[in-house]
Ligand binder design. Structure first.
Ligand SMILES: [Zn+2]
Length: 289
């Protein structure tokens, strides 16, 4: 399995927390018809993107990127000890898979200079914090944590109406510890890290484009969850806050990177999860390199 990639002067490692069945394709993607699913079942099974019961298989992982100047962790997965009663595979788990995956990538939590979250959903913020003596503390003690302002403001408002546990246990403690950078879309780190706004899945969802002066790699977060959405960009998951906007964002993102050399590092596509965007019919494919 490919866990390491090079792109320009970047070295990219994947740290996988889980790669597992998630939801039936027809449930996650309300506009998907049984006919379109049937037409695509063979290659989706071959790609291990769907199981024998048409349940989607998703990878849950972080990317660790070494630039010549920094070590950056993109999206922090699920986390341990977190109450997530709606998701038994995530609820109060205590395994060491993620920490072992970081070690295998050659880093310790103290090596991370920046943690960057594409958005603030439960499976992208979990390891921002860990439990220590009954308190949530930043897992990456030296890191600055980068959260987009539109996203942060959206979840602040949602959380004021009804508690959003991933926000209160995995984002607010980072802010309280003064480790957070709430940034606008013109934020950059040197000449290697830029933000590409990709709204729809959530209002402030962003992708991160990395590479000196050009996009050697892009980290697409949840602007798509399964390779079926690259093939059919109009298919928005039921979790998208604005499904119409998400579909436009998805197609324009795929068009932007289609037939370029940019390595597209998806959050949830099955292993190897990263590839180059190529045209396929009226849609696209993310082809392994
Ligand atoms: Zn996600």
């Amino acid at each position: 399995m490919s866990l390491k990639f090079s792109a320009g002067d970047l070295t990219i490692h994947r740290a996988i927390e889980q790669e597992t069945t998630f939801l039936p394709a027809l449930d996650l993607l309300p506009q998907l018809t049984p006919e379109v699913l049937a037409e695509n079942r063979a290659w989706m099974r071959q790609a291990k993107a769907i199981d024998e019961s048409d349940v989607l298989i998703l990878c849950f992982q972080s990317y660790i990127v070494r630039t010549p100047h920094h070590t950056i962790l993109i999206d922090s997965c699920i986390g341990n000890d977190k109450p997530r009663p709606a998701r038994p595979k995530w609820h109060m788990k205590t395994d060491d898979t993620y920490m072992r995956a970081l070690s295998a990538a050659g880093v310790t939590p103290a090596d991370i200079d920046y943690v960057m979250c594409t958005h603030l959903h439960v499976d992208h913020v979990g390891w921002n914090t860990r439990l220590e003596n009954g308190r949530w503390v930043p897992t990456f003690p030296k890191a600055r944590y980068v959260f987009g302002k539109t996203e942060y403001d959206y979840w602040t408002e949602q959380n004021s109406k009804a508690e959003v546990p991933p926000f209160t246990d995995s984002v607010l403690p980072v802010v309280a510890a003064d480790r957070a950078e709430i940034v606008r879309n013109d934020f950059a780190i040197g000449d290697h890290v830029r933000i590409l706004p990709t709204p729809g899945h959530t209002p402030g969802h962003v992708a991160f484009a990395l590479g000196k002066g050009k996009d050697d790699a892009v980290f697409s977060g949840d602007l798509m969850h399964t390779p079926l959405q690259a093939r059919y960009p109009e298919l928005s998951p039921k979790f998208d806050v604005d499904p119409a906007q998400a579909a436009l964002t998805r197609r324009s993102f795929l068009e932007r990177y289609c037939d370029t050399d940019t390595l597209c590092c998806t959050a949830h596509f099955p292993s190897p999860s990263a590839g180059k965007i190529r045209r396929k019919g009226n849609g696209f494919a993310c082809e392994a390199v």
